[in-house]
Design a protein around this ligand. Sequence first.
Ligand code: ZN
Ligand code: ZN
Length: 145
Amino acid sequence: MSIPVLRRPKQVEKNNNIIIEPEDFMILTLKNGKKLVVSSDSYHGIITSSNIYKCVICNEEFSLAKGDKEKHKKSHKHKQLMILSPHKEDFAENLIRQIETDICYCTICNVVVPSRTLTRHLSAEGHTTELKKAKLRSFTYQPLL
Ligand SMILES: [Zn+2]
Ligand SMILES: [Zn+2]
């Protein structure tokens, strides 16, 4: 009979510099009163692309340092551009922003979608699943006071 190897959970190093930040979510109330909860990055059009962050609304890239991203969200330019590319009313809860003539951004999935494939994107399973999740989160989400 062999003696089972004792497996110990890996000890978390006390002095490591890795801080796992809980993802920031935000609650959006639509005109029809429906609520959706999406991550703050999705709302702000910030996607992670290999080892950088990219704001698809401003078409700007920045490092993965959390500070840079948060600073960008608060920047005047970003806020202005967000106002200029609002969520399109025709798409309601799908939260689609038109960022260029032929490019849209799906807040629900946090992805850039070419305008010509938008209809296909909206009916694709990936999108409908994400939309369901965003709706479900609104039942459990408690805004931080
Ligand atoms: Zn931006
Ligand atoms: Zn989508």
